[in-house]
Design a protein around this ligand. Structure first.
Ligand SMILES: [Zn+2]
Length: 144
């Protein structure tokens, strides 16, 4: 877990809790255990994030979940300087990034554990997790 860094690493109530559906529940269940999982098509092996009802590659609908290494790199990012939600007012500035996982899929996530200005494209990062409610633990990334 992080601590004391920039961005989303502060106290309770600073995060937006994402919607959870049957499609994404295994992802959140794994996050609650400190694991990052990516949905894998059993038909063609494509890894897909976020999960969609049918495989974009082979149109199959038989999926499993593969545990990701949690390692990746910043593909692109933006520094948020204006709160778009009252719950985030104490968190700005913070970084929202597109992180490309070592396994290939990219996911939108927060970067924490470093000053927002120090984030760069290509920066190696690793997954970390922060429990925000009894049900939801948010995956985010910090410098590797
Ligand atoms: Zn497929």
């Amino acid at each position: 877990m992080s601590g004391g860094g920039a961005g989303m690493s502060g106290g309770e109530g600073m995060a937006i809790v994402p919607g959870m559906t049957e499609l994404t529940r295994p992802y959140w269940d794994a996050a609650a255990e400190g694991r990052l999982v990516i949905r894998e098509c059993r038909g063609c092996g494509r890894l897909q994030h976020p999960p969609v009802p049918a495989c974009p590659a082979c149109h199959g609908a038989d999926f499993g979940w593969r545990e990701a290494s949690g390692e990746g790199a910043v593909y692109s990012y933006t520094i948020i300087r204006h709160a778009t939600h009252a719950a985030l007012a104490d968190a700005i500035p913070y970084v929202v990034a597109l992180v490309e996982l070592a396994e290939g899929p990219r996911l939108v996530t927060g970067i924490t554990g470093c000053p927002p200005e120090s984030v760069t494209v290509g920066m190696p990062v690793r997954a970390a997790f922060r429990r925000v409610t009894d049900e939801v633990t948010l995956p985010y990334f910090e410098p590797a």
